[in-house]
Design a protein around this ligand. Sequence first.
Ligand SMILES: NC(=O)c1ccc[n+]([C@@H]2O[C@H](COP(=O)([O-])OP(=O)(O)OC[C@H]3O[C@@H](n4cnc5c(N)ncnc54)[C@H](OP(=O)(O)O)[C@@H]3O)[C@@H](O)[C@H]2O)c1
Length: 338
Amino acid sequence: MSETTREVRLVARPVGEPVPSDFELVEVPVGEPGSGEILVRNTWMSVDPYMRGRMNDVKSYVPPYRLGEPMEGGAVGEVVASNAANIPVGATVLHSRGWREVAIVPETSAQVVDTGLAPARTYLGALGMVGLTAYAGLVRIAPVEEGDVVFISGAAGAVGIIAGRVARHLGAAKVVGSAGGPVKTRRLVEEFGYDAAIDYRLGDIEGQLATAAPEGVDVYFDNVGGDHLRAALAAMNPDGRIALCGAVSAYNEAEPPPGPDNLFLAVGKRLTLRGFIVGYHRDLAPEYARLAAGWLADGSLRYSETVVDGIGNAVDAFLGMLRGANTGKMLVRLTDRE
Ligand SMILES: NC(=O)c1ccc[n+]([C@@H]2O[C@H](COP(=O)([O-])OP(=O)(O)OC[C@H]3O[C@@H](n4cnc5c(N)ncnc54)[C@H](OP(=O)(O)O)[C@@H]3O)[C@@H](O)[C@H]2O)c1
């Protein structure tokens, strides 16, 4: 009998916040890898905010998940069988067939990763898409210049922690972050190198930001949207730059909330607001990988992970991440080995 795997499927499209009954955990046969394919035993999988968007049946930059089929997302694992010329058994690969324990992956969609540099799971976070998002946002989309004041929302999350470090490396004079709750804001300053932190759950983001950065903000890295974007527009200095990376405060809203009512400030202050999707900036990946490897080696790229164990808890990890249960990258461990 062939091997089986457990996989998570989306079985109902959530309205508002997803609930466990929108998902199903099923056990299915794996099959054999065909020509040009590898069989991967996943060791870690990622849960990410963008997955919430894929649960809606709307046109976007990635297609929606199909009902009754396994969801997809970043994962790393060990190649246990190979019909591919360039990826041997035993290699550790990064690919997009997460949400399952064992996956058949076309060789062309798998990337062999260097576990000598960092553990495999790091390629789902600091050394992967997450890190590159922070880097592309602050190097290309809203470039940080020497002496800038930088404000980052969602600062205690996966992208936010790395963005704080990247801003510092690019010469920011002050880096201010916002996050939910006193534990996270304290960690931002004490562990993750932020100069000041705002607890948005206390309200008055605009007032808190004015206190933290009375000199104004030159670059805003927006992970949250909504009230945060409004407060940043009020705080921006002339010729400031805003990287629109995400709007997690709205992902569970059944109706999209209206935009900030002070957007017109962008005219008088001559601001640049630019959205981006990391996948369109892969050309920066080699440069980022080189820099990040150096920062990891000298200890200046501190990052954090929140780990949930087992495919059976993957949905909880995802729902928890959307509610802020994570500090740094939210990961699901699928094996008790690295
Ligand atoms: N453009 C791109 O290519 C790209 C790529 C990757 C990620 N992103 C975006 O970057 C952002 C961060 O992603 P991530 O992977 O690093 O996730 P993350 O920040 O690790 O996790 C999501 C965080 O969102 C925060 N949050 C939830 N509801 C909120 C609300 N109403 N107001 C403020 N914060 C709220 C929670 O932290 P608190 O406890 O602080 O509330 C939670 O930890 C997301 O918007 C994501 O879509 C964009």
